[in-house]
Design a protein. Structure first.
Length: 135
């Protein structure tokens, strides 16, 4: 079976010197996941990741470089880090999903998909390397 190509985002922010990741609940299973979906015709993977983040999680921000892929039974998902700049009060799938900020380490443990957990841990290391020490 041919796998669909999807795009997703790992929304993150800095809070009190820590990295936090925004997870949303899956509409079907209730599991904690990140916003993701099909890449509509005419959109790039990056544009699709931004669109899914806004529709499913109600966030907008700055998209980083491709961080990796998650392989599922149905899809290959290109995943991008998204530094959240705006959290919307009203968005397309509000009321259909829960959204919650977690410390990045906890977020990596909350997601069921091991590849996604690895990408969240990888993002945590990348951000730590790019952030100059305070003081």
């Amino acid at each position: 079976m041919r796998k669909f190509v999807q795009a997703g985002a790992i929304p993150f922010r800095h809070r009190d010197g820590d990295l936090e990741v925004l997870l949303i609940s899956s509409r079907s299973s209730g599991d904690w996941i990140v916003p993701k979906g099909m890449i509509d015709p005419g959109l790039s993977a990056q544009q699709a990741a931004l669109q899914e983040a806004e529709e499913e999680a109600g966030v907008r921000g700055r998209l980083g470089e491709l961080i990796g892929y998650v392989e599922t039974a149905k899809a290959r998902i290109a995943v991008y880090p998204l530094e959240v700049e705006v959290e919307l009060d009203d968005y397309l799938e509000k009321g259909m999903r829960r959204r919650r900020w977690f410390a990045a380490k906890e977020a990596a443990e909350k997601v069921r998909d091991r590849d996604l957990g690895s990408l969240i841990r990888h993002l945590r290391r990348l951000v730590r390397l790019q952030t100059p020490p305070a003081g």
